[in-house]
Design a protein. Sequence first.
Length: 302
Amino acid sequence: MAGTAGSAGATGQLGAGQDGAAQRPRTLNIIGCGKLGRSLGLLWQRRSDDLRAFTLLDILNRSPASAQQASTFIGAGRVASSFDDLRPADVCLIAAGDDQIAACCNALAAAGKLLPGSIVFHCSGALSSLELASASALGAAVASIHPIRSFASPQQVADSFAGTWCGSEGDSAALAILGPAFEAIGAQLVAIEREQKTLYHAAAVFASNYLVTLIDVAQQAYAAAGIAPELALKLIEPLLLESAANAFRLGPAAALTGPIARGDLATVARQLQALQQRQPQLAGLYEQFAAVTSELASRREP
């Protein structure tokens, strides 16, 4: 696994003392401290000193003003003006956008802020820890820890983070430090394969983003049938919530209801024809869903 040299160094530098006593909290820098970085920073900062996994040193954002806002929100962290201005830390979280993670890591490495034993990680759902190759090349241990939830409101996330599942992969030395740090703020970690990170994230997109899209599609179909959009949402809500609850309780196949589950293909054909006439942009999607739902129905127990 990439970063073996960093893994070996991290064990000695960042582990417990020789007498087995707990060391001081490890130092942390956050690069790109937006909604996710602020949420995690606040969660770790809230821990009492003797239970805190990290002491936040520096925050580096695109603008000093946004870094200062992050520092104020978290209640800790010095505003750094550049990568050169960062103080070396035991751990570095790169919480920038996906398209900036590798560039930030490269800049961090070029600034000479990484040593063998350093830990660098990101929280992207779509990208693996291989984005941090320039840190691995310097002997750092790297990882990705992806909290499976929305970070629209940092305060709300911090107040309700307990129980959040996090997909984790990377070097064993990095995960040995990051795993307990995330568990200390209530996370539940699930190991994923580095090579399957993109497929893993596609599953999350189906469960989150495309579910919202599906609600919009249902609202459009109701509207075509003469139902006001705001009333359509009220009709959708109990259907969606009950169906989801049944799927989580019974499993998707057992929870399936409707014309395809009953084998009523005539109704499916009529619905498809109606969509082709009134909502042709949705007809193809309906047909695709009918196909995968038929496969799901075939897995139902007699």
